[in-house]
Design a protein around this ligand. Structure first.
Ligand code: EPU
Length: 465
């Protein structure tokens, strides 16, 4: 396991390039299961999640190869297989994206339920509802989803849930519906750019999907899909993370390979808190102000502020002048980063699906623990801004979803070192002065007993036994 040692307080200056979008690449790779021939994908980031899905696809009879030009080639060589095993699926929830393509193309699928998740409750009931509506027979047994359909029939499907639309649920239902007889409509479909990218890829293969980017999709079924070459869209979450990094660390950063439209909500937030943003074609230039203003924000499905940037924005607002409220309406429990940010001096109080942040002028370096992908990014951003040295443990979460992030940041002025997280390599990040190391000059007999303990009970606790 690796950890980062980050020396904060170094402004970022120069240019960085955003990689292809993880959350577009994963469902598109899964959809390649449904293609005739060899699919070639450009812009697939080199990430642990991509490696994990490649393993899942290989176990499903696909030949998956990273070519010298960095494209990813995928060919189905054994279409009899239909089992996505727990050992692989539990490592990455997005493995569930194989369900729709397998069912649509191979008529059956046996996919492990993904299990628990650090960002909150993540059921797949809507995925199953949509596939059942198309005529699939689905049972859950021994932790697996067993799905079967000799034929799928087009129908009208409402895919909204209590927390809005579902991104990978829309992907799964879409990938099955392209093979359904007749016309399918999906209302309350997810409008995220990653779903649109999947839809464009399917259409390039011969699918007939209309309404991409809107909540109402109309799909006319086809018999087969012919493999194509496709370039994955830039990662809007990585782009947002880099813009926030430069804002927090200070400086002026040019971020290339950005679709600014996909980032409209985040750019609006940054401008509202006082950040300088200049948009030029596929580039965004960010100029950090001395100190940002506070703001109340809510993470919502697209085109709202993405939940995948909520943690990073929380880190940012923890240094704002004034009080901010951050609410997450997509994952109302996605707040594992807060206690760790508080170790760095942030002043945050959780209230249900919101956090109330009283901005501090500076954060201080500390040893913190990453709990999930975007929480790791938030801690890294806080460490870039903090006074002194921070240690971020469990950065394997970050490696799941960001391609060479620390290298990209180091190239523009950050000071991040990756080291093995072993007790002997653990730097002493807390360096106390001699005076601070003196025991507190308090005589224990001066301490009054707490109200709920009698004097006798208190003495028993106080006296070492
Ligand atoms: N939901 C249901 N039932 C379902 C599916 C979802 O109630 O069947 C609820 C979820 O519990 C959640 C909300 O609907 O409250 C949205 O979940 P969604 O299904 O949209 O999430 P997802 O498809 O599992 C994708 C991304 C996440 C991202 C969310 C929201 C991929 C591979 N993952 O997950 O990305 O946070 O959409 O935008 O696309 C990340 O990259 O760090 C990440 C977690």
């Amino acid at each position: 396991m690796d950890m980062f040692v980050v020396r904060g307080g170094r402004p970022l200056r120069g240019r960085v390039t955003v990689s292809g979008a993880k959350n577009a690449a994963l469902p598109i790779m899964a959809a390649a299961l449904a293609a005739n021939g060899t699919t070639v994908l450009h812009g697939v980031p080199d990430l642990v999640d991509v490696t994990t899905l490649s393993q899942v696809l290989r176990s499903l009879g696909m030949f998956v190869e990273r070519r010298p030009d960095n494209s990813l080639a995928l060919t189905a060589v054994d279409e009899q297989r239909c089992l996505a095993d727990y050992e692989l699926v539990r490592r990455m929830r997005a493995s569930v994206c194989v369900l729709g393509p397998l069912l649509g193309r191979r008529g059956r699928a046996c996919v492990s339920l993904p299990g628990g998740c650090n960002i909150g409750h993540r059921p797949i009931d809507l995925h199953l509802k949509g596939l059942r509506a198309l005529g699939a027979q689905i049972t859950i047994d021994r932790g697996y989803v067993f799905a079967r359909a000799d034929r799928l029939i087009g129908t009208d499907i409402y895919l909204g849930g209590s927390f809005g639309s579902t991104v990978t649920g829309t992907c799964n239902v879409l990938c099955a519906a392209v093979f359904a007889e007749g016309v399918t409509t999906i209302s309350a479909a997810a409008c995220e750019p990653e779903v649109v990218d999947l839809g464009r890829y399917l259409n390039a293969m011969g699918a007939r999907i209309e309404g991409l980017g809107t909540p109402l999709l109309r799909i006319e079924g086809v018999h087969s899909l012919a493999a194509v070459e496709h370039t994955v869209i830039p990662d809007r979450i990585e782009a947002a993370t880099l813009l926030i990094a430069a804002t927090m660390a200070g400086g002026r950063l040019q971020v290339d390979n950005v679709d600014a439209q996909h980032l409209a909500a985040v750019i609006d937030v940054l401008r509202m808190v006082g950040v300088g943003i200049e948009i030029r074609d596929r580039t965004v230039i960010v100029t950090a102000p001395d100190r940002i203003r506070s703001l109340d924000i809510t993470a919502l499905p697209y085109p709202g502020i993405p939940t995948d940037v909520q943690a990073q924005l929380t880190a940012l607002l923890s240094t704002a002048e004034g009080i901010s409220v951050v609410t997450d309406k997509v994952f109302p429990d996605r707040f594992m980063h807060i206690p760790e940010l508080m170790r760095m001096g942030a002043n945050v109080r959780r209230e249900g699906a919101s956090s109330i942040i009283s901005g501090v002028k500076t954060l201080s370096g500390a040893c913190v623990m990453a709990s999930d992908l975007r929480a790791s990014a938030a801690l890294l951003l806080a460490a870039l801004a903090a006074d002194g040295e921070s240690v971020i443990r469990r950065v394997y979460h970050l490696d799941r979803g960001y391609e060479r992030l620390e290298q990209k940041l180091n190239q523009v002025g950050a000071d991040i070192t990756r080291v093995a997280d072993l007790p002997e390599t653990m730097p002493n990040s807390l360096q106390l002065s001699e005076a601070e190391q003196q025991p507190l000059a308090v005589d224990a007999s001066d301490v009054p007993p707490p109200k709920f303990l009698s004097k006798g009970e208190f003495d028993r606790y106080r006296t070492p036994q």
